[in-house]
Design a protein around this ligand. Structure first.
Ligand SMILES: [Zn+2]
Length: 609
């Protein structure tokens, strides 16, 4: 009752402030071209009404070579999947450089805010956009929604659409998977919640101003981030620790529902280890803080800059491995989607396979090779093969979320699972040194920028030192599943064995460099051969007798093969053809020997006499 009284007083105050804002637009400011845009948001959460009232100021710069008469922003609370559960966004007023400006809500799912500029925004010019708005939060276990005491607050405020070579990106909100595509910007968010409510968010927590009846959280981003997300609950407990990143310490916080202390610790430790390993292998985590937060989600987890949401159903000690996997996955997105950005809708293959492969590598780095193989097999390889068996069809990992449409099972299996298998194959092809050099190069070159699939190919080829057309055409832009079998023949010349390997592909005619393991009595070696469509052959000289061979024994090339050891056959016909002269010599020599032996026998006989 006391809380509510304070809330009511504060609500009146905020209403007055908003009223004043609506009545007077602020004075224009001198615009200065900046490298990154800036968002300043002042908001208040009304927990009874499930409502946010906010004022947002965006300092936006036109970094393109044409002028704009209109600007576009995403207003995702209008998305049908939220709207059907009570969500809405009411844009009360917009001012551009101090002048009230016309706007409309548009877009195929009404998630686009179009602002008509009073004067054209010329290249390299900046403007100040002020938006007053109110958001109704849906009751939904989602990345945006209130559910059982937790407010998950992503995508609640208007955010600039991206202009690129395709024009303005006005894609609809995508429920299953992501259609998000944002430029990095600075955020400064002041967020008022009722007293006692705990807030986790993107950014560094500068201060909590504690007043009677309300706590005001003040967040800022010391470096650019792609967006701002938060979670609020009065039922959160918090544990924290530090990740060592180069010579810095990153403060890591884990927010969990009271009663989930053990899982909260697991989430914290996983986030710390993930940050440390990704910093070592990819590039240093740029920011000073990171938060992993329990929410109610139909998904496993959801990535945001400096902040990840993990679904509550994983917060039990029995689900430790899955919890670690999801935390490692979402944390990896801070490198792939966060610091290095992509259009998640158009090119999900530029973030999901990277995050998926990273979460299995986490198990290699933390628990060793055996655990990695076990996790890779159960969470990546088997789901993909099961899908192929059921569907009998493969798809390119380069497809957009829109290409997959409503077929979310195909989207998740192909982009995440097959995508991770393709990255593992690239890792194998390049070896660890070059693969992580490539990851580091992408991080350094595209940090706080957008990295497209074609950029990734260019960088991969430079690090690899050769064209990867075959790899990208068959495995990224193309689809198809090979099925390999191997035959092997050998012949001996002196101390050397010549092994003739023949790998046949009875599956789809993709191009691959295929590993073949050769087992001898003492050891085994792995060689590679090109299978260009249906067949590949190779001769190999060996100092040992090859006994058996196995094609793709570690399943590096996606596609289930018959990879049991195949006995190596002796090739008499080949010996006859190639070494006919040698054979005649051997026969003649053996005749001479035969005569010699006879002579000795005779001599022996004589002697015994
Ligand atoms: Zn992901």
């Amino acid at each position: 009752m006391k809380d509510k009284m304070h809330n009511n007083k504060f609500f009146i105050l905020i209403t007055i402030i908003i009223f004043l804002f609506i009545c007077t637009c602020s004075t224009p400011t001198l615009a200065v071209a900046a490298s990154y845009d800036k968002y300043i948001i002042s908001a208040k959460l009304n927990v009874e009404k499930l409502e946010i009232q906010a004022n947002e100021t965006i300092y936006y710069t036109n970094r393109h070579d044409l002028g704009f008469n209109e600007l576009y922003l995403h207003v995702y609370p209008n998305a049908p999947s939220f709207k059907s559960l009570g969500s809405s966004i009411e844009i009360r007023k917009i001012c551009v450089d101090g002048k009230e400006t016309k706007f409309i809500i548009t877009g195929e799912d009404r998630t686009i805010l179009e602002i008509f500029l009073p004067t054209a925004l010329l290249p390299s010019s900046s403007i100040k956009i002020e938006i007053s708005f109110k958001v109704q939060i849906p009751i939904k276990d989602d990345r945006f929604g209130y559910y059982a005491g937790i407010f998950a607050l992503a995508h609640w405020y208007p955010i600039m659409a991206v202009y690129d070579e395709r024009g303005w990106n006005l894609d609809p909100y995508w429920d299953s998977g992501e259609s998000f595509y944002f430029e990095c910007a600075y955020f400064n968010v002041t967020f008022s919640v009722p007293e006692g409510y705990v807030m986790a968010a993107t950014g560094r927590l500068n201060e909590i101003e504690k007043k009677a009846g309300e706590w005001i959280y003040k967040w800022y981003t010391p470096l650019p981030v792609r967006e701002f997300a938060a979670a609020v609950s009065k039922n959160y407990g918090v544990v924290s620790g530090e990740a060592s990143v180069g010579t810095r310490k990153v403060k890591v916080y884990s927010y969990y529902l009271l009663g989930h202390e053990v899982a909260g610790e697991i989430a914290l430790n996983t986030a710390i280890k993930s940050i440390e390993h990704y910093s070592k292998y990819y590039s240093e985590y740029a920011y000073p803080e990171f938060r992993v937060v329990e929410v109610y989600g139909w998904f496993g987890g959801m990535e945001y800059p400096m902040f990840v949401m993990i679904t509550s159903s994983l917060y039990s000690p029995e689900r430790k491995t899955m919890l670690e996997l999801v935390v490692a996955h979402e944390t990896a997105h801070n490198w792939w989607y966060g610091m290095v950005g992509n259009h998640e809708g158009l090119e999900p293959t530029m973030d999901e396979p990277f995050a998926e492969y990273s979460d299995t590598l986490y198990f290699k780095w933390v628990y060793g090779e055996k655990k990695f193989e076990e996790i890779f097999d159960s969470t990546v390889r088997r789901p993909y093969y099961r899908f192929l068996k059921i569907r009998g069809k493969d798809y390119p990992i380069a497809w957009s979320v829109f290409d997959f449409g409503a077929d979310s099972q195909a989207y998740f299996t192909i982009v995440y699972n097959k995508g991770a298998m393709v990255l593992r194959m690239l890792n194998w092809l390049m070896d660890d040194a070059k693969y992580f050099e490539l990851m580091n190069r992408l991080q350094e070159k595209y940090r706080f920028k957008i990295c497209k699939l074609r950029d990734f190919k260019v960088e991969a080829e430079q690090v690899y030192g050769a064209s990867l057309d075959w790899f990208f055409n068959s495995w990224v832009y193309g689809s198809g599943v090979p099925h390999y079998t191997v035959e092997a023949y050998t012949r001996q010349t002196g101390l050397t064995y010549t092994l003739h390997l023949k790998v046949k592909n009875t599956g789809d005619p993709v191009i691959a460099l295929v590993p073949v393991r050769i087992n001898t009595r003492l050891t085994s070696i792995t060689v590679t051969l090109w299978v260009n469509g249906t067949q590949g052959e190779k001769d190999i000289s060996l100092p040992f007798e090859p006994l058996t061979v196995q094609v793709d024994p570690n399943d590096i090339v996606p596609g289930e093969d018959d990879n049991k050891p195949v006995p190596v056959k002796l090739n008499i016909m080949k010996a006859l053809n190639v070494d006919f002269a040698l054979l005649i010599t051997i026969i003649l020599l053996s005749l001479v020997d035969f005569a010699g032996i006879k002579k000795i026998e005779n001599r022996g006989h004589e002697g015994r006499k």
